[in-house]
Design a protein around this ligand. Structure first.
Ligand SMILES: [Zn+2]
Length: 424
């Protein structure tokens, strides 16, 4: 299958060789731009690259992050093309963020070369060297060791399937409960049936897949956006980092009062590196990141698995001659309703209950992409968080969404000032 994949890239390269500045990213064709007007420093569209290669993606107002397994490439964003090209920053232009392709390839160890007059950016084929099963308490772990960092995605379904993107070689399964499918975009690992969705932990050249409960109540990770020197947005005298912490701490009390295990990525005014947030996220059954933005509008971002597998959608177009069984698999990916999307919808409904209108988007976010369970980022309108009452209202709406997602019965109105810890 690897040969077909490379063949397709090559064929695409030949078929449209007349266009200049062509950039082939995996199966997708796009254009490179040269922000400094030269010809030596090609930039490619960051979001498209992430989607085409299945990379983790996060874009903030000042930075863009692309990740592959445990590796992260970070670029500052500038609107000055000459500067972007000279210092290797990302370039914001025409509503898109562009990243220097060669540098991205170096940072994430991607394949980059010039073929038939087009630049080609692709995942290097990876090998799954071993897969070991370890039982820790009530939890079951699979330790996947690769020869390089790879992206692994959980694809909804029972038995659960994991997409090992770009993985062209797999070992003999250690026992009959595991099996592999080779696909045109990599490999698929089928785990034994089980109701608990797996959580993924990314380490260098290793991905740990954990299933089964360790006997704890659901872990809810609350992420108060920003902190420390990173103030977030400032409106008047209010800083985003303070508002988010206030909402998150209220929410924590409400959730703990129902006996839920709650972890905060920060509980004081300190900076938390993105990777640390991501590590927290990967242990969560529910991950809720709270931000605020100027104005009235509240945005909710979720991370449906199907979006990250955009390459599969693309694959469907390209592989019109694919055997039927493979087409069915692609259909399932595209149609699978993600748990994150369901949680995002719940958050939106709960906020509507306290008259906060929100927009639900399906943007890929780096922190969210590392989450094992349902992960949602809420960017509240500043205006709804100005007053103490507004923040309490937002917290109780978010708590309602978490309870509803976890299937807990509707809570009695709880006092946010009363610390809990008592199981219902
Ligand atoms: Zn923010």
């Amino acid at each position: 299958m690897r040969s077909l994949w490379i063949l397709l890239v090559v064929l695409l390269g030949i078929s449209s060789a007349q266009y200049e500045n062509r950039l082939l990213v995996g199966f997708q064709e796009t254009q490179a731009i040269y922000p400094d007007g030269g010809t030596t420093t090609p930039f490619g569209p960051a979001q498209l690259i992430a989607q085409a290669l299945g990379l983790g993606y996060l874009e903030t107002s000042s930075r863009v992050y692309l990740s592959l397994g445990s590796m992260v490439a970070v670029f500052y964003i500038t609107e000055d093309g000459n500067r972007a090209a000279s210092v290797g920053a990302a370039y914001r232009s025409q509503g898109s963020v562009w990243v220097p392709v060669r540098q991205l390839a170096a940072n994430l160890d991607l394949l980059y070369r010039n073929d038939y007059g087009a630049s080609v950016l692709a995942l290097k084929p990876a090998q799954l060297i071993s897969i070991k099963r370890v039982v820790v308490g009530g939890a079951e772990r699979y330790v996947l060791s690769f020869d390089r960092d790879v992206q692994v995605r959980f694809v909804s379904g029972n038995p659960p399937r994991l997409a090992l993107i770009g993985v062209t070689q797999t070992p003999t399964p250690p026992d009959s409960t595991l099996s592999f499918n080779q696909t045109d975009w990599g490999s698929e690992l089928l785990l034994p049936p089980g109701t608990d969705p797996p959580r993924l932990f990314f380490l260098p050249r290793q991905v740990i897949v954990q299933r089964g409960s360790s006997g704890h109540p659901p872990v809810v990770v609350l992420d108060a956006g920003h902190g420390g020197d990173d103030t977030g947005v400032i409106v008047g005298k209010l800083a985003e980092k303070d508002l988010t912490l206030s909402v998150v701490q209220r929410l924590q009390r409400l959730l703990q009062a129902r006996g839920l295990e709650v972890v905060l990525t920060r509980s004081s005014d300190k900076a938390v590196p993105l990777l640390a947030r991501a590590q927290y996220a990967s242990s969560a059954q529910v991950f809720l990141s709270v931000h605020a933005a100027a104005g009235n509008q509240t945005h909710i971002y979720s991370y449906p698995e199907v979006q990250t597998l955009r390459l599969l959608e693309k694959g469907r177009e390209l592989f019109s001659k694919t055997p039927d069984n493979q087409k069915q698999i692609l259909e399932r990916y595209v149609a699978a309703p993600g748990s994150a999307a369901r949680f995002a919808q719940g958050v939106s409904q709960a906020l509507a209950g306290v008259a906060i209108a929100s927009v639900v988007s399906q943007d890929a976010m780096y922190v969210l992409s590392q989450a094992g369970g349902a992960a949602v980022m809420v960017e509240m309108g500043f205006e709804s968080l100005r007053s103490t009452q507004g923040r309490a209202q937002a917290a109780s709406a978010l708590a309602k969404a978490v309870f509803s997602y976890l299937g807990l019965p509707e809570a009695q109105p709880a006092s946010p000032t009363k610390p809990g810890g008592v199981k219902p």
